[in-house]
Write a protein of this length. Structure first.
Length: 423
């Protein structure tokens, strides 16, 4: 009964957004490749010399060879640019050292930032002020032209349960309190045609209304449906929910552990390292400590340096990503408590006056909800004064008739209209 339409102009704006994002990704990727290849070619062509000691009888003879292989140059480009500094190779030419100054500065700033950005984008959880389920409910509410926070009508609830069976499972659990029985009921529900699903949904809604006092004339709001959804979680379903909500963090940590295992296995095979030595090498490399260098392999000299180069390129940003996520877990609860404490502190008159100025309200002894929200956002540091000023200016641009209000469509399409102006 309800559908969302995407008009051609929306498709055009979506195409522009995707094209712009892809272009920036290609530019970033090309910059990293150019940085690596430039370093490789410079170190390959500059002719750095390597001294090595060989045993002749009972004495050691130092031999010097000039000119690195392409893989040695690539290896040095990565481990120097990312500030790992194994020490397996060292520069002997001033021209090479001069270039390394700029190579290190670029690698420790822009290139490291780009690599970390790619790592986080590849396995990033999209953050929002609403959950996935809340977005689903809001999308459905928009399709049937209702305010989901005020409540769905019974007919709309019926269609919601038919379209999204996970909420039907929540309702069944609310009624039965038995997951085994819910599984049986849901098997019947999901295998039925839509007409039968509607009848089953109406039956369950009526039962919930009579037995539990739910879904009366006012229907049910998003908060009611979300509370019912949370209540239906068993230990196994909680575990599934935890995995779903934290899959990106779990994935990052899993890849991190896997990468340590890869480095450990490789060094065990190629260098005959112990397991502890291999793990030590992996962590030291990923953290840029550079405490354990890879061994030299006379039978296949390019394999080891090529492996370390690739291992570092992936491992260094991955290590930073894991540290960042772990730090967030440690400080999130602290920040939340600090925010709550700050919000309970006494509100200063100057804070109220500034927000009233931004909102264009007269200075009186009363505060409405928008003024109170503005004050608390400032006090908790969620926004700063410049941001509020900027938001006000953007609103005034959309409020062309200076009425103090704008249409929802204008707010939703404001940014898209700006994009069209420059295309």
């Amino acid at each position: 009964h309800y559908s969302l339409k995407l008009f051609p102009s929306g498709l055009h704006r979506l195409h522009l957004t995707l094209s712009s994002t892809m272009l920036w990704r290609l530019i970033h990727f090309g910059t990293v490749i150019a940085w690596l290849l430039t370093g490789t070619l410079v170190y390959y062509s500059v002719g750095n010399c390597v001294s090595s000691a060989t045993c002749v009888g009972d004495s050691a003879v130092n031999a010097e060879s000039c000119g690195w292989t392409i893989w040695e140059s690539f290896y040095f480009s990565v481990q120097t640019g990312l500030s790992i500094g194994f020490g397996l190779l060292s520069e002997s030419k001033d021209l090479s050292r001069l270039y390394s100054i700029f190579h290190i500065l670029a690698g420790s700033s822009f290139i490291s930032g780009v690599l970390s950005w790619y790592a986080s984008r590849a396995i990033q959880r999209q953050t929002s002020f609403v959950s996935v389920h809340e977005k689903t409910l809001l999308s459905f509410a928009h399709s049937c032209h209702t305010d989901a926070y005020d409540g769905f009508a019974v007919e709309q609830l019926r269609d919601l349960l038919v379209l999204y069976p996970e909420y039907m499972a929540d309702l069944y659990y609310k009624l039965e309190k038995n997951h085994a029985k819910v599984e049986v009921l849901m098997t019947t529900f999901e295998s039925s045609p839509n007409a039968v699903r509607q009848d089953l949904a109406v039956e369950a809604l009526q039962k919930a209304t009579h037995q539990l006092g739910l879904f009366g004339e006012g229907g049910a709001s998003i908060d009611t449906i979300m509370a019912m959804h949370r209540e239906s979680r068993t230990l196994s379903r909680i575990a599934q929910r935890f995995l779903a909500n934290n899959k990106q963090s779990i994935m990052v940590f899993g890849i991190f552990v896997l990468w340590i295992v890869v480095g450990t296995i490789f060094t065990r095979i190629q260098c005959n390292f112990t397991v502890v030595q291999g793990m030590y090498f992996s962590v030291a490399t990923m953290s840029t400590a550079g405490l354990q260098a890879i061994c030299e392999n006379s039978q296949s000299p390019g394999v080891n340096v090529m492996f370390v180069s690739i291992f570092s390129l992936i491992g260094v940003p991955l290590f930073g990503l894991v540290l960042g996520m772990h730090s967030n877990l440690l400080i999130d609860s602290y920040i939340e408590k600090q925010t709550q404490t700050k919000m309970r502190e006494r509100i200063q008159a100057a804070e109220v006056e500034f927000v009233q100025h931004i909102l264009g309200r007269p200075r009186d002894q009363k505060m409405d909800l928008s003024e109170y929200i503005g004050v608390q956002l400032l006090r908790t540091g969620a926004v700063d004064r410049w941001t509020l000023e900027f938001i006000k200016d953007e609103f005034n641009k959309l409020d062309v008739q200076a009425q103090g209000k704008i249409l929802k469509a204008s707010a939703c399409n404001g940014l898209a209209q700006k994009i069209e102006m420059f295309t």
